[in-house]
Each structure stands twice: as C-alpha cells, then as structure tokens.
Design a protein around this ligand. Sequence first.
Ligand code: GDP
Ligand code: ZN
Length: 264
Amino acid sequence: MRIGNLTPLPGDRVLVELLDSEIGKGVICEILERTSLLTRPAIANLNQLFVVISVTQPEPDLLLADKLIISALSHEIMPVLVVNKIDLQVPDIDSIAKQYEHTGLKQIYTSAITGEGIDDIFDSMKGKISGFAGQSGVGKSSILNSMMKKEAMLTGVLGEKTFRGKHTTRHAELFVLNNDGFVLDTPGFSSYELENIMYNDLWQYYPEMAEVKENCRFQGCIHVAEPDCRIKELVEQGLIHQKRYQRYLSLITTLKEVHKNRWR
Ligand code: GDP
Ligand code: ZN
C-alpha cells in the first residue's frame, strides 16, 4: 500500500490478513473500492450527509443548504435536509418544506432541546456512514449529543466521546452506532466549494430538474435563457420551486465567474 501511496481512512472497508501468532491481530492488505472520498475531513465511503439548517437563530441560509446538497450529490452522497430548532416557534416553517418538496429529498424536523425528531435521525443512520454539515450555530453538535444521550445503547470504542467542536486539528473519527451505522464525529464540509462542477452541469444536481423526462428545445439547455425550456415551464407551474430556481441562477452566475477567472 505504501508503494501505491494508499492510506486507509476512516470509513474504509479493508481486507485483513489475520496473524496466526496473535489472536485478534492482523494486517490490512487491501483497501476495497471506495464509493466516495472526501479530503476535508478525510473520510471514505460517506454515504449520507445531514444538511442542517435552523428555523431561526441563525436565519436559514438556504443558498448554503443548496450548495451542500449539490456537493453531496456530486460525490454520490445522499443528502438529508434537517430543519432544527422547531421548538422556537416561527410562523413560516412550511415555506422551507415547500421549497424542497419537489426535490424528493428526505426532510427531518428536529429540536435538540425537546428531542423531537432525534430518533428519526438515529433511525436514518441505520447501516450507513453519515455526517453533518451546515452553518455554525444551527445545532449540529447539539443534535448529535442529544442523540448520544437518548440512545444509551450507542456503543463501540468511541461511544464514550462526545461530538467535537469546531476548532480542532485532529483527524476525523467515526462513532460506531448499534444499528449498524457510523457517524462522523466532526461537522465537515463547511468550506465545501462547488468549483469542480461546470456551470452547464449544475442542473444535474437538482433532483427536481434532473428527473424531468421531457426535453427542452435545445440540446445542452442549461435552463437559464433558452427558449422553450421545459424546466422554466415547470418553474412557472410551481412544480420546481421558484426560490430554488432563483438560487440556481445565482449559482450559475457564480460558477461562470469562477471558471472565467480560472482559465484566464
Ligand atoms: P453547531 O455550531 O451547528 O454545532 O451548533 P450547536 O450545537 O453548538 O448549537 C448552537 C446553539 O444553538 C447552542 O446554544 C444550542 O444550545 C442551541 N440549539 C441547538 N439546537 C437547538 C434547538 O433545537 N432548539 C433551540 N432552541 N436551541 C438549540
Ligand atoms: Zn431547459
């Protein structure tokens, strides 16, 4: 592995050759193929990302949520939208739900204070390697800590520890859950950028656009200014949420700038 410059990472599935001489000891001889690989934090095979926003304090940053969803999907990681702090009564929680209704993404409404929805998060982690992402202060650590407290059966070698804060240089570790799941002990992906996605591919990471079967008039339509665009029709009909689409347009503009500057 050293010759191949391969380093086993948290989340890796490996083949181990057991040593006859010492029971319980062995040597990693092969790293099995990874479904995903992230570098910050370094983690292999993450397959689910809980994108956390709070209903207020801080106000939901849905552009960031969209970016995290896109990043996740572009790495073959399934995003789940978590709307936290629902104990803080706000009038328009529904408006968040509506914006993501047509994405088909799973949404979980939680309060780390009252415990509502926390079981749902835990159950969704079954059999998967999960992580949390989102703006600072939305409650990522609180949700995980609340889950760890409630699910007293959370075990494994790392079960004693609590979720780590933001400022840490240690490498990532996974908590072992007793439902065949693993969860990353550090919130990651805050610095995720979309710079490797070409603007004309962006729509593919919007499930409500990617799943549309009917074609636009132009092949290679990016659903911005082209005539007879099926996606724009769906926006007008309310089948793709107007606000999601507007953020899509603003991301396209950003990505175009990024690429222009990069190749200059
Ligand atoms: P993180 O930066 O995303 O990890 O957020 P923290 O877990 O550190 O939470 C930030 C603040 O929000 C803390 O003061 C928490 O007590 C508070 N908080 C977290 N979850 C909730 C919640 O569901 N309801 C309320 N009212 N406050 C919460
Ligand atoms: Zn189009």
